[in-house]
Design a protein around this ligand. Structure first.
Ligand code: NI
Length: 158
């Protein structure tokens, strides 16, 4: 397990579309472990593989609750319902926060790291996180969908 280097705002890779995972092998398991470590190191609630420079459709999410880290391989959103206006940030934009509109609920389907197909119905923060992270897989960034006038810069902690 290792901390990987994050890709930051301005890095062209963040605008690229990630590719489907075809095989869950040792290399992918290592990537997943490293993504979880990297997300935890920077206190993130989610991380997409592209943010560590790997264009694969892999996402990790951790709301720091009883569910532990959720690993989503080739996730797709099947259904959304309603809207929520939420405060949002991104590990690739360490000092920037803004309001965005996300679905209030999402139903998503994905493969877990053991190869099982999982369907999840999410709301509130989990729905927001799934929507944000799946955008990364399409090369879409939260900064391009913020509610105008809500962007805030926060000084990094030393
Ligand atoms: Ni992000």
């Amino acid at each position: 397990m290792a901390i990987r280097n994050l890709r930051y705002q301005g890095d062209e890779i963040l605008k690229k579309k990630s590719r489907e995972v075809e095989q869950i092998d040792d290399k992918l398991q290592e990537l997943i472990d490293d993504m979880i470590d990297t997300m935890h190191k920077y206190n993130g609630v989610g991380l997409a593989a592209v943010q560590v420079g790997v264009l694969k459709r892999v996402v990790v999410i951790d709301l720091y609750d009883d569910n532990g880290p959720i690993v989503m391989i080739n996730p797709v959103i099947i259904k959304t319902k309603g809207e929520q206006e939420v405060e949002e940030g991104c590990l690739s934009f360490p000092n920037e926060f803004a309001k965005v509109v996300r679905p209030a609920e999402v139903v998503a389907e994905y493969t877990d790291r053991e190869g099982n197909t999982i369907r999840v119905k999410a709301k509130e923060l989990l729905a927001q996180a799934i929507s944000h992270e799946l955008d990364h897989l399409e090369g879409e960034l939260f900064i391009d969908k913020i509610i105008p006038g809500t962007l805030e810069y926060v000084e990094p902690e030393k």
